[in-house]
Design a protein around this ligand. Structure first.
Ligand code: ADP
Ligand code: AMP
Length: 215
């Protein structure tokens, strides 16, 4: 099974991903997480990607598609995968359509998580992330039990550089111009499922489960 989580930054893709991966035994592929770890390690990829990420812009397609191509060849993807934050452009989606048959897979479902814009801004500026395990929190919607400490692993929480108000606004514009066209792209292929992401975390999880259970 191959699932895609589509939606604007802050829609709750990362928050829902853990449960989906666990429920259906899928490998998890978050291009944002892979890029952030490359930046942290200071690899050649990280150095190239950083300039775009800091500005809230997309990293060039040719860099991102290489990441996904090699990640999909890893053995844990044999049982299926959940893509989070990829594809983000029509070019990336076309690339995926081209390489998937080589791996014996096809896109089974694109879960589009939709959330109102003012809520997205509130979610992103209040987001905190564990520096050790990457678990997401929110200052008011999903606070950790102990301030600034991860419930899962005890790691320190931090605010992503690109979650500043200015960069969040740029990322939302980039989503509208470059990623929203994917809604028509996948609608025409009859694999799009709309999820109301304005609901609380558990309700969103239940909507996703109801869709994926029927696949
Ligand atoms: P994305 O991966 O789509 O960018 P995240 O999963 O990181 O978004 O969620 C963004 C922020 O919103 C996080 O701080 C998260 O805790 C919070 N959040 C996620 N889903 C919900 C929800 N349904 N209701 C309220 N807050 C949420
Ligand atoms: P995310 O963690 O999904 O919010 O992604 C964080 C940042 O990583 C984005 O703002 C982009 O700069 C970059 N990025 C992640 N995924 C992609 C992608 N598929 N294509 C281009 N850039 C990406």
């Amino acid at each position: 099974m191959l699932l895609i989580l589509l939606g604007p930054p802050g829609a709750g893709k990362g928050t829902q991903a853990g449960q989906v991966v666990e429920d259906y035994g899928l490998a998890y592929i978050s291009t944002g997480a892979i890029l952030r770890s490359a930046v942290k390690e200071g690899t050649a990829l990280g150095q190239k990607a950083r300039q775009y990420m800091d500005l809230g812009q997309l990293v060039p397609d040719e860099l991102v598609v290489e990441i996904v191509k090699s990640r999909l060849q890893e053995s844990d993807c044999e049982k299926g995968a959940l893509l989070d934050g990829f594809p983000r452009t029509v070019e990336q989606a076309s690339f995926l359509e081209k390489v998937l048959p080589e791996t014996g897979k096809k896109v089974d479902c694109v879960l589009l998580i939709e959330v109102k814009e003012n809520e997205l801004i509130e979610r992103l500026t209040g987001r905190r992330v564990c520096s050790e395990c990457g678990t997401n929190y929110h200052l008011s919607h999903k606070p950790p039990k102990v301030r600034n400490v991860c419930d899962e692993c005890g790691g320190d929480l931090y605010q992503r550089d690109d979650d500043s108000l200015e960069t969040v606004k740029e990322r939302l514009e980039v989503y509208k111009s470059q990623t929203e066209p994917l809604i028509d792209f996948y609608n025409s292929r009859e694999v799009l499922a709309r999820i109301d992401g304005n609901q609380d975390i558990d309700s969103v999880r239940d909507q996703i489960k109801a869709v994926v259970d029927k696949l």
